[in-house]
Design a protein around this ligand. Structure first.
Ligand code: ATP
Length: 308
């Protein structure tokens, strides 16, 4: 069952220190041992899915005792909703995801999926229900085929190809001389950021989880790649009934979601749709204004740099 816990490692504390794009399985298992022990409760039961709703009730958490990251945090994501978390860097967006995966347990409060406390669930059933598409996806030193297959190791080849097609990477892979047998280590840096994200999207799609996270990450893809990928994700999501949660830095990428949660000092300070949040004239509004001004001035710089 080791493959089920793989995506988790990418979100762990050590992930941030690992800036290399290609990692070895050995390294990964080394990391596994560094995690705090989280185990099934003696009477743990499998998750009974019913639409994939998520609820945080009074959750407090810090990685170290004197530094709380989440403070009495409460929110609810309805089943099948498109939701997003936004807020300043370091405010705890990825931490929420790690807690839902039960990478850590909160100090206080409860987390429920479809009305079931996650600390009462069989870990394996919990983690199987959640897929993650990180932007900076470290690929394994193995074939492209296997990299996608990790989403669901029992999948048939046709399922792997179908997932790649859905993620719009199938044709690209087929153009490579070794196709799906291409070894990641050999190509290494020749796989672009956009291709990597499509591979991780294919991996997540193969898993077909009822809850999907899209972690935008901090490193910016170029605008057209980002647009293409987001287009893919939207298209794929329209056909899936899953709950989709975006961890976003650029507000423009999440304008159309059903509900946006604005985090500050470990709490949700505002929530609503993009237009509702703009009307509130609060934290979201000022974040939005700032990002719009930045992109306008970046645009001006490009204009000025152009000849004539
Ligand atoms: P970003 O927008 O930059 O991705 P974020 O909102 O996702 O940030 P988190 O990754 O959730 O923020 O981190 C919240 C805080 O917890 C940060 O201050 C971070 O430095 C700290 N932190 C994260 N992981 C650990 C860890 N394993 N040990 C100690 N502190 C940690």
């Amino acid at each position: 069952v080791f493959q089920l816990s793989l995506p988790l490692n990418f979100l762990g504390s050590v992930y941030r220190e690992m800036n290399q794009a290609v990692i070895d399985m050995d390294t990964l298992f080394g990391l596994e041992r560094l995690r705090p022990a989280i185990a099934d409760a003696p009477d743990a039961r499998p998750l009974q899915l019913n639409g994939g709703s998520i609820r945080f009730d009074g959750v407090s958490f810090g990685y170290v005792t004197d530094r709380p990251i989440l403070r009495n945090l409460s929110f609810e994501i309805p089943p099948g909703a498109r939701a997003a978390f936004v807020g300043p860097s370091g405010c705890g967006k990825s931490t929420i995801l790690r807690l839902i995966f039960r990478f850590y347990d909160p100090a206080n409060g409860t987390i429920e999926i479809d009305g079931q406390r996650i600390d009462k669930l069989e870990l394996e059933s919990l983690r199987r229900a959640i897929g993650v598409v990180p932007q900076d996806m470290p690929l394994f030193n193995t074939s492209i085929y296997d990299n996608i297959l990790y989403g669901r190791t029992t999948a048939a080849p046709d399922d792997v190809y179908a997932a790649a097609q859905q993620a719009d990477i199938h044709a690209t892979i087929q153009r490579w001389p070794q196709g799906y047998d291409t070894q990641v280590g050999e190509r290494g840096l020749m796989i672009s950021g956009g291709e990597k994200q499509r591979i991780s999207l294919a991996r997540a799609l193969l898993k077909r989880p009822p809850i999907m996270f899209f972690d935008e990450g901090t490193s910016a893809l170029d605008v057209s790649t980002e647009h293409a990928i987001l287009g893919n994700i939207r298209q794929v999501l329209n056909k899936e009934k899953c709950t989709a949660i975006f961890i976003a830095h650029r507000l423009r990428t999440i304008m159309d979601v059903d509900i946006i949660f604005v985090l500050k000092d470990g709490q949700v300070v505002e929530q609503g749709s993009h237009s509702q949040l703009l009307l509130m004239n609060g934290v979201y509004r000022s974040m939005w204004n700032m990002q719009e001004e930045q992109s306008a001035s970046a645009h001006d710089e490009v204009e000025q740099a152009l000849p004539g």
